[in-house]
Structures are given as C-alpha cells and as structure tokens.
Design a protein around this ligand. Structure first.
Ligand SMILES: [Fe+2]
Length: 204
C-alpha cells in the first residue's frame, strides 16, 4: 500500500524540490508553447502584438493544463477519501473540483480571444502541467488536504505571474479574469487550511 511521506521534514523537502522542479518545467513549457503560432485558418482578431499574443496564450494554456491536473486530482481525492471526516472532505473536494473545472473553458477561450491556440489532448496537458499527479493507491486524508493546499498555493502563484505578464501588455480583460480566479484559489486555500487546522500544516 503506497503511502505519502509521514515526516514533516521529508514532506517539506520534497515539497520544495517539487516547487523548484515545477518552476523550471513551467518556464520551459511556456517557452516551448510559444513556438506554436496559429495557422492562418485559426487566427483571431486581437489588439495585442504578435509577441504579446504568443506570451499570453502560452501562459494561459499552461494555466489550463495545471487547472485540469488539479481538477482531476481533487476529484481523485473526492472519490478515494476515507475515514471519520468522509462526509465533510468528500463534499468539499467535490465543490472545489467543480470550481476549478469552471475555470477551464474561460482560460481556453481567452487564449483564443487573444489570438493564440490552446490545449488539444490529454497528452498535451501532460507535457505542460506543472502540478504533479498523485497516482498513489492510498493517501491519508490529512495528506490530501496538505497536497491540495500546496497545489492551490502554486496555482495562485502561477496566476499572479500571468497577471503580471498581462499587465506588461495592457491586457486588462485577462487580468480581470485572473483576479476572480485568484480570489477563488485563495478561498480554496482558506477552506483547506481550516479543515486541516491541528494537523501539521502551516498557514504560510
Ligand atoms: Fe461525486
């Protein structure tokens, strides 16, 4: 039976390595994604420069891959959670998964509206996602809370980075979309933190 690390130290060290790897992979993925320019048949009207279109569409598509990875992990935990807090966690994970899934269509369509293209397959998601999958056959409920808390914090940080990029290109509509999604991520972080209070999770 596979189990998540039990020691706080090893979990923290693993988490730091995971975040560093995610940042490195994310930067490489976004650069790679920028190389795919839309075919003439897929061009859409935009006020943005070609460079801004490439950068923003690539960042949005990478956020979309992360959102779909987080959606499936949250559903996975909804389906596989067990123990005395089953009802609370099962419901909270379902509500959070629905909220994350609701981000995906606006992110994809925003990539198209700014003149770019977006995801085409599960394989494409796998190549771009920065948030790690969890294929373990068993995860302790407290470890589910900790992992989702960490993933949502990373997603919020990635969205802030994309917000800064949009600010550089005066793309206020994408900024506005991301502001709402950042608020939602912060609410998920709050709920996950409160649900795990008394476990071993820090507020920062
Ligand atoms: Fe369900």
């Amino acid at each position: 039976m596979a189990k998540a690390p039990s020691s706080r130290k090893s979990t923290k060290a693993k988490s730091t390595r995971t975040k560093d790897a995610a940042r490195t992979k994310g930067a490489a993925n976004i650069v790679a994604e920028r190389k795919s320019r839309p075919l003439p048949q897929l061009e859409t009207p935009t006020f943005l420069s070609p460079q801004a279109t490439e950068e923003i569409a690539a960042a949005l598509t990478t956020l979309l891959a992360d959102s779909l990875a987080l959606y499936l992990k949250t559903k996975n935990f909804h389906w596989h959670v067990s123990g005395p807090h089953f009802r609370d966690y099962h419901r909270m994970f379902d509500e959070q998964a629905a909220e994350v899934f609701a981000m995906t269509d606006p992110l994809a369509e925003r990539a198209r509206k700014v003149g770019g293209t977006t995801l085409r397959s599960i394989g494409h998601i796998g190549r771009l996602q920065r948030l790690a999958d969890n294929d373990a056959s068993y995860v302790e409920p407290t470890d589910m809370l900790a992992e989702l808390l960490d993933d949502n914090r990373q997603l919020a940080a990635f969205m802030r980075q994309t917000h800064d990029l949009c600010d550089d290109h005066d793309d206020v509509a994408t900024e506005s979309l991301l502001e709402e999604f950042i608020d939602q991520a912060e609410e998920r972080i709050w709920f996950l933190f409160e649900a795990s209070r008394g476990a071993r999770i820090s507020g920062r």
